[in-house]
Ligand binder design. Sequence first.
Ligand code: WTA
Length: 635
Amino acid sequence: MSNYHIKHFEEYYHIYRKSINNPEGFWEELAEEHFVWHKKWDNILSWNFETPEVKWFEGAKLNVAENCIDRHLRTRANKTAILFEPNDPNEPVQHITYQELYNRVCKMANVLKQQGIKKGDRVCIYLPMIPELAVSLLACARIGAIHSVVFAGFSSSALEARINDSSSKIVITSDKSYRGSKTINIKEIVDDALKKCDSVEKVLVVQRVDGQVEMQQGRDLWLQPLLDEAEADCPIEIMDAEDPLFILYTSGSTGKPKGMVHTSAGYMVYTAYTFKNIFQYKENDIFWCTADIGWITGHSYIVYGPLANGATTVLFEGVPSYPDFGRFWETIEKHKVSIFYTAPTAIRSLAKESLEYVEKYDLSSLKVLGSVGEPINEEAWHWYNDNIGKKHSPIVDTWWQTETGGILISPIPFVTPTKPTYATLPFIGVQPALMDDEGNELKGNQVDGKLCIKFPWPGIARTIWGDHERYKETYFSTYKGKYFTGDGAFRDEVGYYRITGRVDDVIIVSGHNLTTAPIEDAINEHPAVAESAIVGFEHNIKGNALYGFVMLKETGEYRNQDNLRKEINQQISDKIGPIAKLDKIQFVEGLPKTRSGKIMRRILRKIANNDLSNLGDTSTLLNPEIVDSIINDVL
Ligand code: WTA
């Protein structure tokens, strides 16, 4: 029996038990059989969730890019590694074979070296979803540089904060980007960000659109001529198992984003193994994950997981609504996609359009459907199951986080019976625990609590870049000796998990994690604003949308409040990005506060969700009268 590929439910239980009873033995066997090592480990696992410290495969030597590309050349040189579907469906598709990917990655790696990048240097990548994006990640991995991808929808100040936090030496970007019918000048955003980034020496620019951008002499270089000159061979840098592979920022509750650090061996083993099983990947499958590589889902399940398995992975530049709402389904037919992985927010937005967009296309190539990023509601689940999967492609509702590197709770298709809105069972090696508010682990089934993980898995982030204390504080201090996820969950009568949502100040809007504090900071910088509080409210497409309660300095002065609303949203757009804009802004005379001065978001959340039945005791507030006035003006 192969532990690498789980095919039956009994096998799942058997392998799961093995992975819990003897984690070291289990992961060692898997790592040994399925990856290329230049030296084996001295120690499989050392860990301590209090310091906290986790090391997997310590002492081993490897290169992740070699595992994703070079080792496939013997058997898969002419197989498509990356299938690039451009924004414009009439633009030719690119089938990049493993051999071509090897050449392109080597050239890019040589260009980076030529520009002075060495092992351990940070390279910031701010690119649209074009092949150069995946190539840049792999080129960094090849030479041991640490990539820090910033989603190319982020604003210049968000980009600036991430470049400075990681002290990136180089930025790789493009002139402009296509997004549906729009063209965005992303080079301008980079120029703006770089006004305050001293660490950046060079900017490498891909020409994706017309090349009509300003180039700063001595700093900015067009990439293509450098690639044309570069050698198509570049030796790998031999890395230690625990050398960082990348930094990826996730939102933090203070203004500063958290740079999650993932290391080489454990991340590779975990993403490869989860990819293989959670999508039941087979050699001739065409796999399409619609996420952006700027998020962890794209890192793990567009680039590293699929390529480590020698798969064909689709890289889609466009949006689901361009040229019309049939784009996803058209693309599935066009490339005979067999595994399709998307987000509930995309499903909901397409479900509200006419079914004709779906029915026009032949979706019979599909075998497995996936969902990620937020809880999938029952209606969306059924729409996806009925209309896309035609009731015969199991839906894997995959729960995980930037911090976890790979999927932790999910059904295995054709193995685990699915249940709408349930992520079902822990993956191999994953030991969840539900905690009550007193810090006790809840035993048995039919319990609701805060979701923690008790034991390390190979893909866990090792630290926050430059701030280990914050890593400890955020994830390991709420429940002693356990990794706290920030999510709530329910365990049903058979032990299936249902994720109930965030229990902290993170709000998930269209699958993007947003923390309230930095958005409030952005609003409060507006000269007319005294104070603000943001909460989430239910939204039928985005899942959650943002509701802002804003108190002005002088309530009488700003009569034209719609303009003010626009200005506030512009301010958020500039500081964070358009994804963080507020759907509703209510101007209030005051915010409900506790006697110690803390804003009572719980009350505001209920008001925003029109749930006035149980506001709780408001008499203990510092200013109880304000609650009625806010309710009266609710939008
Ligand atoms: C939420 C995305 C319910 C959850 C991979 C988590 C989910 C956060 C699911 C991490 C799911 C992700 N069901 N909730 N299947 N998947 N989440 O870091 O709240 O962008 O903590 O990683 O998304 O978001 P992140």
